[in-house]
Design a protein around this ligand. Structure first.
Ligand code: FAD
Length: 447
């Protein structure tokens, strides 16, 4: 089935892409044997141009679902790349198995999770998604192959932003849990130093994340709410009797029906919102049992939440900086606040060991993600300056969130770039696999 691409991540109208929705490996291999530049696409939750290609073919892989096999004894799940993490959870959680690494939305496909080598709130303990795979199946212009983590093509595919081929299936080791609930604790912090300290101190919990009030300045700069979580065990439910401790019924509670006026999120309203959120969170701190979706996927409860930003939209800026470069996080938050670029949602997490993925984003350090209303005067120059400082400090920008990085900085941020390009060239000498992101960043000569 072929149709014009529309929706989240639309291509420029003057260079429309063709959308193809394959349901089998065979159909995909046929497309890849043709002459047209082809971009794999999952649920389109990457923020920039990673899953689109102007004047090319976009392979919408969300219908690729021939395989779903769970070994209930070992927790090994073999699953087609078109399944979303949410669909997987609905089938595995009632049987006591959770996904080992999950991003902040369940609306991502398995293929998208591999291609971005996604991280969760447990990266400091458990690493990224690809580190939990036993193998993956990759369809390339030169044929199909099964890869394990020792294969160079596996290292290029994990975090490879869809440029090595199409991931059609993976086998992943799931995590055994007793309930679908989370034992969570929130700690208010009054400054950035306190936030770093809280995040480093508490190693008792598997999951750790801090929401930051990015509008606070002066001595309160970087204040926030540090949250920690652990899968609740049955005997930790504080005397609550729960009939079905593994029940899982996610639902959206509200939908933003139309785009909000662009001026809704201005420096004043964002400051008021952040301040109210901080006060409310600080008042509710302490340990509690909470729903899995409330802890991992708060934004999924609000359908089309991106419309809050109005027609001008927003961009997400996510970087990682090595431990020891904490002052750079302070500079980024401080200069955005001082420059009148309010971040509505700002999140700080800790990263542990890097995966084998050659273009994988996470590396040991702090990662800061900021949702910033777009197209405000001076924002572009400010972010370019941050990019240069992040690169100089040994950090990098997350490609799954990017739509604006200077290609000159790419190799400094991703030192394995040339090795990655060499492997791509061996798998795909004609450069069939391509995306607008690869063209913009001139990866592998795909411009
Ligand atoms: C609210 C929200 C919260 C998020 N939180 C996090 C987070 O905490 N951590 C994190 O790491 N990310 C996070 N993300 C980003 C998201 O996890 C990634 O962008 C992910 O790749 C999106 O998956 P997708 O299925 O939507 O893929 P798409 O956005 O459609 O594609 C992303 C990339 O994967 C490639 N791709 C897709 N399917 C395949 C396939 N089958 N084979 C090969 N390549 C493929 C595409 O070509 C593209 O390069 C978040 C995004 C949102 C919207």
């Amino acid at each position: 089935m072929t149709q014009q691409l529309s929706g989240w991540g639309k291509t420029p109208a003057s260079f429309p892409a063709k959308l193809i929705q394959p349901t089998s490996d065979q159909e995909i291999l046929e497309v890849l044997s043709g002459p047209l530049r082809t971009a794999p696409r999952g649920l389109g939750r990457s923020y920039g141009d990673a899953a689109q290609i102007a004047a090319g073919l976009v392979l919408d892989l969300t219908r690729l679902k021939p395989t779903f096999e769970l070994d209930e004894k070992t927790g090994l799940l073999t699953v087609s790349a078109g399944y979303s993490l949410g669909e997987i959870l609905e089938r595995t959680l009632p049987r006591g198995w959770f996904i080992p690494v999950t991003p902040g939305t369940r609306f991502v496909t398995v293929g998208g999770a591999v291609a971005s080598d996604v991280h969760g709130k447990n990266h400091h303990r458990d690493g990224s998604f690809s580190m939990h795979l036993s193998n993956l199946e990759l369809l390339t212009p030169s044929g199909a192959m099964t890869l394990t983590s020792s294969d160079p093509a596996f290292a290029a595919t994990a975090g490879g932003m869809g440029l090595t081929g199409v991931v059609s299936k993976i086998t992943v080791k799931l995590l055994a849990v007793e309930t679908s609930l989370i034992r969570a604790v929130t700690v208010p912090t009054r400054s950035l130093a306190e936030t770093f300290e809280a995040m480093t101190r508490d190693d008792e919990y598997t999951y750790a994340v801090a929401w930051i009030d990015a509008t606070a300045t002066g001595s309160r700069l970087g204040r926030g709410l540090a949250s920690f979580g652990e899968h609740a065990k049955i005997d930790e439910l504080f005397g609550r009797t729960i009939d079905q401790p593994l029940a899982y019924h996610p639902k959206a509670v509200a939908t933003i029906p139309v785009s909000a006026p662009s001026q809704l999120l201005n420096p004043l309203t964002v400051r008021l919102f952040n301040s109210a959120w901080f006060q409310a969170g600080a008042a509710r701190c302490g340990e509690k049992i909470t729903s899995l979706d409330g802890f991992f996927y708060p934004l999924d409860a609000v359908g089309s939440w991106n419309r809050l930003y109005g027609r001008r939209g927003f961009l997400q800026y996510q970087v990682v900086v090595p431990y020891g470069s904490e002052e750079l996080i302070e500079t980024i938050i401080g200069r955005l606040a001082a420059g009148g670029h309010p971040s509505f949602l700002s999140v700080l997490k800790r990263f542990g060991e890097q995966s084998m993925g050659l273009l994988s984003f996470p590396k040991p350090g702090w990662t800061l993600a900021l949702d910033i209303p777009a197209k405000r005067p001076g924002l572009g120059e400010l972010l370019r300056d941050f990019d240069r400082r992040v690169a100089a400090a040994g950090g990098r920008v997350y490609l799954a969130k990017d739509g604006r990085l200077d290609p000159e900085l790419l190799e400094t941020m991703y030192p394995n770039l040339r090795k990655f390009e060499e492997i791509c060239h061996n798998l795909d000498p004609e450069g069939i696999m391509a995306t607008d992101l690869a063209r913009r960043l001139r990866i592998g000569g795909r411009h």
